[in-house]
Design a protein around this ligand. Structure first.
Ligand code: ATP
Length: 236
């Protein structure tokens, strides 16, 4: 069996306020899977993503990305990760193609029109390459955020609450897009409040609460045990 794309052991984070947001997380992510991290507000989902992506400095524990120790070899580890944040964070006056090319540049990759085209086509944005972000629909803007995150060809993609604040139609569109990316070989970790989202897409589901990973199971086992209704009431 190949090494996990992500291996987290004993990860802790205590913010300066004294709040303990992560209390010893152990987690392995397998290459090619979709892993859904499910949990209520304040559970520690964003902190966990931030720690893996180098945005939050862990208090303790280790993070290995494709075998690389993220604390020692941060740049190489980070280059393997794409992050789609919750908020729309991009220059509205820039074109779609330039936005993706610029993101490649942030990882020290040269402007490569073929690579930009590949990413835009994967997200059905190629026809919109010359459009300014402000001219796009909400769904297309979300796709641009994913394209930005994929611009440097990462192997592991984090999506922080991809369907927060979006309508049902757009949520379905996002789900289809995420499944397509997985089929193209990207390993995906998404955070969500919704068990329906995890149910729709994930191979495995992890439930985090108050900074602890309280269970990690294949989707079928978890849904079979909890039942959809009970899980929604407990976790949403
Ligand atoms: P949500 O679903 O609302 O985004 P979450 O599961 O992503 O929540 P986090 O944002 O990781 O949770 O927050 C975990 C806990 O850490 C919360 O209690 C939050 O208030 C706290 N927290 C987050 N960032 C900071 C910070 N910079 N300083 C102090 N406490 C923080």
């Amino acid at each position: 069996m190949s090494a996990p794309i992500l291996a987290i052991t004993g990860l802790t984070k205590t913010y300066e306020s004294g709040h303990q947001a992560l209390k010893g997380i152990d987690l392995e992510i397998r290459r090619g899977e979709i892993f859904a991290l499910l949990g209520p507000n304040g559970a520690g989902k964003t902190t966990l993503i931030g720690a893996v992506c180098g945005l939050v400095r862990p208090t303790g524990g280790t993070i290995r990305v494709n075998g690389l120790d993220a604390a020692r070899d941060w740049r190489s580890a980070r280059a393997r990760i794409g992050l789609v944040p919750q908020e729309l964070s991009t220059d509205m006056f820039e074109t779609v193609a330039n936005t993706v090319a610029f993101s490649r540049g942030l990882f020290g990759k040269p402007r490569d029109d073929a690579a930009v085209e590949r990413v835009l086509r994967a997200l059905s944005l190629w026809e919109k390459r010359g459009a300014k972000i402000m001219q796009l629909s909400g769904g297309m803007k979300r796709r641009v955020l994913i394209a930005k995150a994929l611009a440097h060809d990462p192997e592991l993609l984090f999506l922080d609450e991809p369907s927060a604040g979006v309508d049902v139609e757009l949520r379905r569109e996002m789900w289809a897009m995420i499944l397509k990316l997985r089929d193209q070989g990207v390993t995906i970790i998404l955070t969500t409040h919704y068990i329906e989202e995890a149910e729709e897409m994930a191979d495995r589901i992890g439930v985090i609460d108050k900074g602890k990973l309280i269970l990690v199971e294949p989707k079928a086992d978890l849904l079979g045990r909890l039942g959809k209704t009970e899980a929604t009431i407990t976790l949403a």
